[in-house]
Design a protein. Sequence first.
Length: 406
Amino acid sequence: MAAGQTRYWAVVPAAGVGKRMQSATLTVPKQYLKIRGHSILEYTLKRLDQLDVLSGIMLVLNPDDTWYPKLDITLERGLETATGGAERAVSVYRGLEALAVRADDNDWVLVHDVVRPCVAVHDLNKLVSTLSGDPVGGLLAVPVRETLKRVSTDGVVECTVPREDYRLAGTPQMFRFGLLRRALADALEDQAVVTDEAQAMERAGHQVKLVQGGTDNIKITHPEDLVLAEFILNGQGGLMTEGPYRIGNGIDVHRFDAAASADARVILGGVAIPSERNLLAHSDGDVLTHALMDAMLGALALGDIGRLFPDTDARYSGADSLVLLAEVNQRVIDKGWHLANADITVVAQAPKLAPHVEAIRARLAETLAIDMGCISVKATTSEGLGFTGRGEGIAVFATVLVSRAS
């Protein structure tokens, strides 16, 4: 960036967003509620990240926030965090203070509500292009559509208010860094109540401009707003709006021990099956479960079992593969998905699998906490061809469908 070039920063106050919505009590702050597997916070940050001129994002968190996760998104802009306060003005001011070591007074700062994940990129660009030459700044706002009534304390209409004179304030609110910092500092020093940055700037005597934005830039306040937000995000596209299903494939192979053993067995799907020889493996050698795990991980691009449970790690020596499967399943659930069904094919000359198929399906279904009807296990030979045909090992192919958790 050239010396003296104006930069743009984003501040996202999230400290005062509590565990309540209108008509609902939440177990977590509402910015961590999920829409199709991603938190509202992640959608909001991802949308701001699409503003190309942005130099960085400052997320201001509650000091008692224990829900802030490792984000399941990739951001092009830098993301930092600061500790906020009980009031919005305090949180925004602390976010500005944290940025002050890098920001100049003439830079721009965009303050955006953490629970407005649907702001459109074209509205962000419109705000920037409209205000970039202004000495003060302004905010996104929308005209009032409905007729406005002023009412008395007992609910009686006093008069009809001309709606043409009113706008609904939204975010981002974009102001010169130095001006906003001083305006908030003065308001806090005077213990003045300011509900947004524009009010602080108005109080300081600045003329604040309005830029008309879209009505899709909703603030999530009621439980039903989550449904509306999902609808809007799906319509906007391109922002973590992958479909409701994903498919994964897994393949695994294990070699038989060269020497026969009277007490040999193979473990497939957690079921011990008598065999002439044991399978060679670092864990319990459950080649069927290994293929299934790789398919589940592959569906969500979470790597493979070699990365999660490496054979160089002594902790997995002789490990029960069903225990590992349960861990993989939890990872899938934590991402907001669940296993819809699995189709597994075992290729082996021996041992005969047919007498054990139902037991295998039952063990897998129990481990995955799904209906047994969602698990298909089939066995076939390779007609004497290849390493499986020569009885040198067993191969397993697994295909899974995972769906978004409702």
